[in-house]
Design a protein around this ligand. Sequence first.
Ligand code: SF4
Ligand code: SF4
Length: 364
Amino acid sequence: MLKLNAGLCVRSLSVESECNKCELVCPTTAIAIGESNLPAINFSECVTCGACTAICPSEALTLDEFDATNFFFDFVEDKDNLLSCRKNVPCISALSIEHIISLAVLKKEIVFDMGYCDSCDIAHTCHTQILKNYEEATYLLEAMENEAVIKLENVCYENEAKDSNRRDFLNAANLKTVAKMKKSFEDEVQKASDELTEHTLEKTDIALLRRKTIPNRRKIFFTAIKRVDTPSQFHIVDATEVSFTSQKLMDAEACTACQMCYRVCPTGALVSDTKNSKIDFDPFLCIKCHICHDVCEPNAITLASSYNVKEFFEPKVQSLMSFNVRRCDECDMVFSTNSSDRMCYRCKCEDEEARELWGITDDM
Ligand code: SF4
Ligand code: SF4
């Protein structure tokens, strides 16, 4: 069964968040952004393919039936290198790019079994997503000068479940896990319901929101990268081809030192110090969730058009902004600014509003 951890969903951090990756990748209509601004789930429509869990930048969605982190460690130990929806994954789209690259570099070769895609009900989105992931992973492996190979083959792996449909197979494959988990009565009721189940933030979620969390897949990725040879040169790749991390540019003129970008950043990729005198960026931690852009009113923070793979091998914190810290002439509060302003942003706005209201011009 699919679960949403509301405290990890980036939409919980701000109403400005435009993330709907889970909704877009879902091959049925099981996920829709609900009235509470969080993804709502129709459990009876969900086919537990796991594509949404893999695409969610913050690992807010999980499947009871498949844990990609546990799977990763089991598969690394396994002599076999075949990934098949009839063998070991609910759908190959349930593996994130970071998982795919990590498996490829550690196992040297992995094979995607595409043999069932043509007859699969959910291929219209999942097959497309698998190919996208394959292309991105292959592109980055090449940029890393890594010889690992990912193969797409029509293996049509067969087991005793071959004549049953996909959902029957998933249930059979996960029987052990399911028995262990003792699914609750409420879960079953939810699955039978043909309505979108809304999610809201609970007290425990709010505690999670305040915590900066690095997804497990990112930790796996960097652990795997540490075990591979550094390329002869660090290649610069097209940033639009990299879905899971980014590099940032800051327009110092446009930045109003409002502090929003680093306060909402879920992983701590954007940070400041206790005086709010700077903004630093650590690409190692960025999950490209886009919320820092969504909340930046003057669009001061933008995505760089290229990405240097050096960040995978020698991650370095970059300084994006440094501010002057001073007391506001009006309210006496300490504030950060990148200009010669004597008033904080709030007092400046209030001053501008008052001037507009009373028709006061600078030369008066
Ligand atoms: S953060 Fe994850 S769960 Fe939330 S909207 Fe984005 S993809 Fe969906
Ligand atoms: S830097 Fe921006 S895109 Fe990257 S994780 Fe933080 S908020 Fe998300």
